[in-house]
Design a binder for this molecule. Structure first.
Ligand code: ANZ
Ligand code: ZN
Length: 818
């Protein structure tokens, strides 16, 4: 019998697929289209099995859909600009480009050995000129539309990466990449106006039923929409007003102080001379503090009285004004009306500074001691003049309307989302295509001059300044408008800009005069299935949705959501830890392929857990799957020996054959449902294992096996496993005498007829007299048959006591009653 040698058959079939160009996708076809996309990697080293999980899942989807008759687009590329590459290049003292390209070559080789069905003709590398030219083009389009702008402001600075970070890249006050505590710097930087799309980005989520709920929730929270009111509080003795934002206008009778953010210019405008020194000291102290800690719910509430009062526009009361550390300058209006009775932060502040606490909402039932804790729930309005007795929820509307009528305030919607800061002070990125001219100011680089090339011989050690500042050749240029001397923007774009549109470039990776063809992308997109890590729930997935919506509104694409369905896979752990080089717990796919073959590795990755769950790598686990793969192989070639042996008589289907055929089709049905009903690849493989055991039993126990049945099983098994273990499937198909490639065949359907079980008819007696018959599936147990029999004579034995039932196997049931 033929031995299983994956090291021989795998490279052989990979070569055949490549030579026959089976995975090269035609731009259009009669078949329905299917775009299967995996998140492309940072080429910052070699891949470990955790990365490969992503691509394996994507490959099952792509191969399965291909075998269902779809025109499948399944591309691959590299997110090749960025800090990891640059930092590693510095550490290894080689140029980021060389380092990146070397890694790409290694990764490509690793993936090819996995037998993933990519169309390699469509490979996209974001650091290549023919790609970043179009990233710059997208910047220009946003600039023209007023969606890219430069502004000074406090930005997040990573002292270790020596660059600014977008808010999305700061996790709990730390750099998303390196974990260093982020500080604040004042810089003039480029932003994309993602806030203008806040509402569209929220609404779009409702049109994505194929996204996991938790990812949509994370995006909703990040966008952070709040509905409330803006109210103006006049300042006593000055011709000034303080505008506040509140989500609780129903509590306005309970305001006992106001608080302003330390960064607000209002603070120094309002402070009295007596208080100036104290306030300036406070501002200096706060400026040194960590903004994330300072404004967290648990942080100690601190502030200083400005010596000034405001007037509550509804009650006319005098309200002391404070500067306070817990107010964010960038949210709402940067100032609040404080209601300590109903807001925890205001409560803590009032307790610390001995300010009054005035209850204006009471619980519907029972009492509340407002000195002990704030009451933050809904309730009934009290101490609120004409509004007393209103339910607080209704009160929000009523009070807002009242203020609008009196011109005191207006309804307002606020978002937590901030504009996307895209400037980076690092080398390895796409230069921002902007020129500064003394005469003309900011001038965008004309489209015909793209790309603005990244110069290669530049000292790129991080200094806090963009390395391009050091390249005189790059910096000096002429103004496209007036022809006078000018200089280029020296900062590069956040790499999340590169990755926010790569899925469009895959459609036309070689187009030279445009980033993509509108008709072509309208055919292929939205992506039918996107697969990647949940760590991108906010960053990449939000930015890609934003850029797509902008391109849609500018008329370049016909769709406004890029990814129809999203699947987030779990991670692979080893020894309880996420795999990482620094932990030394990395499992290399190359080693596993050498030892077991790619098909075993693929099967194990899929079998180890439901793919959305984290899973722990186990050497025993892959051993086990490998044994199964070999058993399956052996059964297969045992079958082929029988099929090909001329001395075996063709037997009629008996009971065993019918039963085994039923199990075969039940397995096909199960695997189909597992794949289509939500990526249940682990149970699909378990189903295959179960069938393989049943097949072993048959081959061992039956003397004269049916060639006809074995031929059907052999054919179906090869087809079924083809998406999972494609090399082995191809070899089996070939050895079965087929002349086609299995990847170009249809995945099998199950035979509804075969699923039906055989039936037997049983005579039913009551007290020894024949009273009827029942027909039951042959597989029924004695217990089930008796139950059916009793059921069939229910009327006859009504009111009588059931004494006993006797079963004569396959013939009759006698029911004894009194
Ligand atoms: C009065 C009030 C009474 C409030 C009450 C809450 C409860 P979200 O849901 O996050 O939008 N606020 C407004 N701007 C702020 C800023 N820049 N920094 C810190 N806090 C700010 O929260 C809105 C509420 O947070 C607003 O409603 C305001 O306090 C506070 F019983 O106004 B509230
Ligand atoms: Zn000029």
């Amino acid at each position: 019998m033929k031995e299983y040698r994956p090291q021989e058959i795998e490279p052989k079939w990979q070569k055949v697929w490549e030579e026959k160009k089976v995975f090269e996708t035609p731009q259009y076809s009669q078949k329905p289209k299917y775009y299967a996309l995996v998140m492309f990697p940072y080429p910052s080293g070699t891949l470990h099995v955790g990365h490969v999980k992503n691509y394996t899942i994507g490959d099952i989807v792509a191969r399965y859909k291909r075998m269902q008759g779809y025109n499948v687009l399944h591309p691959f590329g590299y997110d090749a600009f960025g800090l990891p590459a640059e930092n590693a290049a510095i550490a290894h003292k080689i140029h980021p480009k060389k380092w990146t390209m070397d890694n790409i070559n290694t990764i490509r080789g690793q993936i090819k050995k996995m037998g993933i069905s990519y169309d390699w003709n469509r490979e996209v590398i974001t650091c290549n000129e023919d790609y970043y030219k179009w990233t710059q083009w997208i910047f220009l389009k946003l600039y023209e539309a007023g969606l890219a702008y430069k502004k000074p402001g406090a930005v997040n600075w990573c002292p270790s990466c020596q660059t600014v970070l977008a808010n999305e890249q700061v996790k709990d006050g730390k750099c998303e990449r390196c974990g260093t505590t982020v500080t604040i710097k004042h810089l003039e930087q480029w932003y994309f106006k993602i806030t203008e799309y806040a509402e569209k980005l929220l609404e779009g989520l409702d049109k994505l039923p194929g996204w996991p709920e938790h990812v949509k929730t994370m995006q909703r929270n990040w966008i952070g929409k709040s509905t409330g009111a803006e109210v103006d509080f006049p300042v006593e003795g000055l011709d000034k007003k303080i505008r506040i934002f509140t989500t609780r206008p129903d509590t306005i009778y309970g305001v006992t102080f106001m608080a302003i953010a330390p960064e607000s210019p209002l603070v120094l405008e309002l402070v009295t001379d007596e208080k100036r020194k104290e306030v300036e000291e406070f501002l200096a102290k706060v400026a040194l503090e960590d903004r994330f800690k300072r404004t967290s719910l648990e942080a100690k509430k601190e502030g200083v009285f400005l010596g000034r009062y405001a007037i509550n526009p509804l009650t006319g009361e005098r309200i002391p004004i404070y500067v306070a550390n817990y107010i964010l300058y960038e949210y709402g209006t940067g100032a609040i009306m404080a209601v300590p009775a109903h807001d925890k932060r205001d409560f803590d502040f009032a307790k610390a500074y001995g300010l009054p606490i005035k209850q204006v909402i009471k619980p519907k039932n029972g009492e509340w001691n407002i000195e002990e804790a704030p009451y933050e729930e809904e309730g009934i309005m009290v101490n609120s003049g004409p509004f007393d007795g209103l339910e607080s929820k209704a009160g929000i509307e009523v009070v807002t309307k009242y203020m609008e009528e009196k011109g005191l305030g207006k309804k307002s919607v606020q978002y937590k989302l901030r504009d996307w800061l895209i400037s980076r002070q690092r080398y390895w990125g796409a230069p921002i295509p902007i020129i500064y001219c003394d005469k003309c100011g900011i001038v965008p680089v004309p489209e015909k001059d793209l790309p603005v090339k990244l110069p290669e011989n530049v000292e790129f050690l991080p200094t806090g300044q963009s390395p391009l500042t050091l390249s005189e050749e790059f910096k000096h240029t002429t103004c496209p408008k007036c022809g006078g001397p000018a200089h280029r923007e020296v900062e590069t774009m956040d790499t999340f800009v590169d990755s926010s549109w790569y899925f469009l470039r895959y459609v036309n990776p070689k187009l030279e005069d445009r980033p993509f063809d509108t008709n072509d992308v309208n055919y292929w997109l939205p992506v039918d299935q996107y697969i990647g890590g949940v760590e991108h729930a906010v960053l990449h997935l939000l930015y890609s949705r934003f850029i797509t919506k902008v391109l849609h509104d500018l008329g370049y694409v016909g769709f406004d959501e890029p990814f129809q369905n999203l699947f987030t896979q779990g991670m692979i752990y080893k020894d309880g830890w996420k795999m990482s080089k620094s932990k030394g717990n990395v499992v290399s796919p190359d080693d596993m392929i050498e030892k077991y073959g790619a098909d075993t590795l693929r099967m194990y990755i899929l079998f180890m857990a439901p793919p959305e769950k984290d899973a722990e790598w186990s050497d025993a686990g892959i051993e086990g799957v490998h044994r199964f793969v070999k058993r399956l192989w052996n059964n297969y070639y045992k079958m082929l020996d029988i099929i090909n042996a001329s001395d075996v008589e063709e037997a009629e289907f008996g009971r065993e054959e019918k039963a085994l055929r039923r199990k075969l089709h039940a397995m096909i049905k199960k695997i189909k449902e597992d794949i289509e009903g939500g990526f249940k690849f682990n149970t699909a493989i378990a189903g295959l294992m179960e069938f393989n055991n049943q097949l072993s039993d048959y081959l061992e126990s039956v003397e004269n096996p049916s060639k006809k049945l074995l031929r059907e099983i052999a054919e179906k098994i090869a087809l079924i496993i083809s998406p999972f273990a494609p090399h082995m499937a191809e070899e089996m198909w070939h050895d079965l005498g087929k002349e086609t490639l299995i990847v170009e065949e249809r995945w099998p359907d199950y035979d509804e007829e075969a699923l039906k079980e055989d039936e037997i008819t049983i005579v039913v007696q009551v007290n020894g007299k024949v009273r009827g018959k029942v027909t039951v599936p042959a597989g029924f147990t004695e217990e089930q048959i008796k139950e059916r029999a009793v059921e069939s004579v229910k009327k006859l034995i009504e009111g009588k006591q059931l004494v006993n039932t006797f079963y004569v196997p396959g013939k009759l049931v006698n029911i004894v009653v009194k």
